[in-house]
Design a protein around this ligand. Sequence first.
Ligand SMILES: [Zn+2]
Length: 469
Amino acid sequence: MHPDRLFPADPGTRAIARRLYNTISALPIISPHGHTDPRWFADNTPFSDPVSLLLTPDHYITRMLYSQGLSLEKLGVPGIVSGAPALDPRLIWRKFAAHYHLFRGTPTRLWLDWVLSAVFDTEAPLTPANADRTYDRIAERLAQDAFRPRALFDRFGIEVLATTESPLDDLAHHAAIRSSGWQGRIITAYRPDPVVDPETPGFASNLARLAELTGEDTASWRGYLAAHRKRRAFFARMGATSTDHGHPTARTADLSDRETESLFTRIVRAAPDGSVSSADAEAFRAQMLTEMARMSLDDGLVLQIHPGSWRNHNISLYERFGPNVGADIPMATEYVGALRPLLNRFGNERSLTIIVFTLDESTYSRELAPLAGHYPALKLGPAWWFHDSPEGLMRFREQTTETAGFYNTVGFNDDTRAFFSIPARHDVARRVDCAFLSRLVAEHRLPEDEALEVARDLAYTLPKRAYKL
Ligand SMILES: [Zn+2]
């Protein structure tokens, strides 16, 4: 891959970007938010084959192939009822190679080329002609000790990696990692959507399970809050420094105790037969963000809000394959009014950190940068999901920096399930930040020594500070 990739084409600016990048390219990776499987690092067993490692779990890949008429069954994606199809992974890999051109100009292409060339030292791009060779090469490497999860974690230079778990998770894999004597720092994050969102399938039984785990009466408002506090404390003991909330909107609320209690009572009554009204569900999610912020003031967990994804947009695909197969679509999201109840209650607290993300880029300069450039508690999460691409990362800096500065942002999140792509994703973010900074230097808006400091802060210092790592 070209050493100057993603740098400006103009030779003068490019030279500045290169100088900035060279000072930060080897910094350790801080990955404070993501969705890798802690089991990999607990068991440290070899990854099985190139397809189930690189292709089937990657929704960026499956969505593109699906959009071009390939069926998920034929790509080896396990069905809910049918399970994993009995297909030769080599044949799936060949099919993938025959469609690799679909990823031209996408970040997936950049990440995958990097994984093939830098991790597996094989040919990139993937082509029908090299499909068998690359498959064999990757399979051969995966059998080696150097390609087991823990060895790769060290080789990738990861200083800390956060996973995301439900309050109903026993965190057994995290416990196993901690008692194994291995030094890699894998931490969890508290993602309570299954017991906060009344529209989650199985919400009533989730509450019952939460009661079992905590010994609290989760049918009462007080007991429910106490159960959260206990699980948050347990997660914090297992390394968590943050919570994460994936709501459809950014709406928050600051209801009175009496209103909240009666809302909760209605929800608990309606939950078993799934008859919670969508207005009550939305109001409850909104109120719970404020409740979570209140708890964060006590236990110090950083609160992340990831709103605005229309999950499982394609119903027939959802019924056959479940979530996370590439059928989630961004929605327009409003923040200024939605966050006001939470910010009026807790936005002035300097000991609280709320990190807000968006899938709606139109809010960067109009809503989010002005909010984060004012409220001490609020920070801007990096370009997320559909937007953590070269163009998306650049748009983020272009549209937020003048109002929020660099220091109301929190560095990069890879937010990925694809462990092998983590270094590539951080590298893309570092290159784009250096490209942005190089332009400020070339236009005499920022001296190069200060740009060097910012580049380092964006890559390393800010995520550590914001996430208390
Ligand atoms: Zn995430």
